[in-house]
Design a protein around this ligand. Sequence first.
Ligand code: FMN
Length: 234
Amino acid sequence: MEDTAAGPGSGGRTAVPLADLLRERPPMARELPSFDTGQVPAEPGPLFVEWLLGAVRAGVPDAQVVTLSTVDADGRPDARVLVLRDVDVERGAWWFAADADSPKGRQLAATPWAALTVYWPPLGRQVRLRGQVRTADAGRAAADFRLRSPGARTGVLVGRQSERLGGSEELAEAWREAAEVLERDPLTVAAGHTLYAVLADEVEFWQGARDGRHIRLAYTRNPDTSWRRGLLWP
Ligand SMILES: Cc1cc2nc3c(=O)[nH]c(=O)nc-3n(C[C@H](O)[C@H](O)[C@H](O)COP(=O)(O)O)c2cc1C
């Protein structure tokens, strides 16, 4: 569908038109690492961990924050960032925690498929993966919850994530109540706190290059759970 109401050059009420400003800021205009696709592991998990640790070493803030994409009941995509909790390199499982009683939790209950995407700007590296989503058992979710900071636990216990909030006083009251519950019983676990794993069946490693010849390596899971890999056109 064509949008005739606006287009590059028509927006931006800045002194310099926004489209010009954006054009003058090409991404990845810096020295970027190389990516030797001949020296990669047979499975994507260890390579992901290597790239993640490389991003941490390169000082990428919040390098463990990834975008989770899901679809709603009407098949419309939805996305938000969240913290990656762990990677099970053997199973090819990427773990995150969320409230089952949140929009994303309900979307995953109805359609247990998701994509995770991460971009580490100083390195010009992107990883995208997708697959089926599974949940951990309640015991593991409870253990994860109890390891969280008091503030994080209170927030999850408050719940109602993404519902309309009437005002800050309403939130302050709910926060007080949840904090009291945790104070009375520090072992309390929020009912909806859930550990999810994306069991990736496709993982792509994307290394940007200043000259545009980006290097892309895709892993695809075979039916026997081994992986095959190959390069993609940039
Ligand atoms: C840096 C950062 C980290 C976040 N980490 C999480 C997280 O680990 N789990 C989570 O449920 N939401 C996390 N969020 C909040 C989500 O982006 C989102 O606002 C919230 O989960 C509601 O999403 P939903 O309405 O799609 O369910 C984080 C947000 C930011 C900016």
